[in-house]
Write a protein that binds this ligand. Structure first.
Ligand SMILES: [Zn+2]
Length: 92
């Protein structure tokens, strides 16, 4: 299993996906998605585990206001649905 993090900087959104997710396609993104010329969006490198991808997302995109897991592929399993991500307060 592989995991990737998508980021959409203009709208401060990041999501963890499974590599097998139709939206992710092992980091290639959605069919027809412009990866380079449609703003600062894209995909992370591959992570072997969900927890690694989650940690990366929380660290590198700590300033984003909308972070979580993909609602389509549910990379954290049912657990992520029961325990939605709680954002910690930004460092002062
Ligand atoms: Zn997904």
């Amino acid at each position: 299993m592989s995991y990737y993090v998508s980021h959409m900087t203009p709208i401060k959104r990041a999501r963890v996906h499974r590599g097998s997710c139709v939206h992710c396609r092992d980091g290639l993104g959605q069919v027809g998605q412009h990866r380079n010329d449609s703003g600062n969006t894209g995909w992370s490198a591959q992570f072997a585990t969900y927890s690694e991808a989650d940690a990366y997302m929380r660290k590198d995109f700590a300033a984003f206001t909308d972070v979580g897991t993909c609602g389509h592929c549910k990379p954290g399993g049912e657990q992520c649905l029961k325990a939605p991500m709680v954002r910690s307060a930004p460092p002062t």
